[in-house]
Design a binder for this molecule. Structure first.
Ligand code: HCB
Length: 213
């Protein structure tokens, strides 16, 4: 039986080929994609974050781990639950200005697409102007913002202020998320919602768009 602890450790080590092999083995043994995602891949990134904080890991280590995680996600993404595909909504999401972290954002996209949403990926380092353009264009009903750095999270506030200044704030719901973000912070900056993970981002989006139930 594949040990998810070993898979997690290989993510931490940044051993992409080994991660892919162990992940395929785990799937063959009937371990669910969600169990692998949370029990090994996401858990691995949490360990990497702690090691970086403790100065045991440096930027290249973090990059290797991210590469290994992405390799694993390439296999897992098509297998994650597709949910209720009858729900249709057009949404956009991006990582805020100055922030290059996109693994979490991409997982939210996977889950949103799985739920039947049409998703516009605004990418990383998204300026307030780009969020405004997304909100102003093409029937987007919800804008998601992601931030992983305490130094970039205020970019969410600036982006919401830009939506207000451009007169498009009422056209869209705004959802924020990312490791340093909390419900309190979301309320403080005037976001409509917050989600701590990609699965909750689906439920939250449905609620905000009046599709829950
Ligand atoms: Co990065 N990094 N990093 N990093 N990094 C963090 C975020 C630290 C917390 C590590 C630490 O110190 N413990 C730290 C931030 C500290 C702080 O701000 N207080 C940090 C730092 C400091 C930095 C640099 C400044 C390092 C440097 O250069 N000295 C640099 C900044 C670059 C930049 O952005 N300008 C940097 C660079 C990197 C990379 C490039 C090596 C790599 C990113 C690769 C990539 O994304 N393509 C990286 C990584 C991988 C991390 C950690 C290890 C993992 C992040 C991750 O992918 N987590 C992270 C440590 C950590 O977070 N514990 C570390 C896994 C995903 C699945 O979780 O939280 O992103 P998530 O997303 C969840 C959830 O939040 C929610 O759903 C997702 C799925 O469940 N969600 C949303 C996310 N966005 C949402 C939006 C919504 O609307 C709704 C829900």
């Amino acid at each position: 039986m594949t040990d998810l602890t070993e898979l997690r450790d290989q993510v931490v080590e940044g051993a992409q080929d080994r991660v892919k092999a162990l992940l395929r083995q785990a799937l063959d043994e009937g371990i669910s994609p969600e169990q692998i995602l949370h029990g090994a891949l996401v858990a691995g990134m949490a360990v990497v974050g702690k090691k970086f904080q403790a100065h045991e890991f440096f930027l290249p280590d973090m990059l290797m781990a991210a590469r290994a995680m992405k390799g694993g996600l390439e296999i897992l993404n098509p297998l994650l639950p597709k949910g209720d595909r009858s729900v249709r909504a057009k949404v956009a999401i991006g990582t805020v200005s100055g922030d290059l972290h996109d693994i979490g954002k991409n997982l939210v996209i996977t889950m949103w697409e799985g739920a039947g949403f049409e998703v516009v990926d605004l990418g990383i380092d998204v300026t307030p102007e780009k969020f405004v353009a997304a909100a102003a264009n093409g029937g987007i009903q919800l804008v998601g913002m992601s931030a992983l750095l305490t130094t970039t999270m205020m970019g969410m506030k600036t982006s919401i202020e830009a939506l207000v200044a451009a007169g498009v704030r009422n056209k869209v719901k705004v959802m924020v998320g990312g490791a340093p973000i909390t419900q309190e912070f979301a309320a403080e900056i005037g976001a409509d919602g917050y989600a701590p993970n990609a699965a909750d981002a689906v439920d939250r989006a449905k609620t905000l768009l009046g599709m829950a139930g």
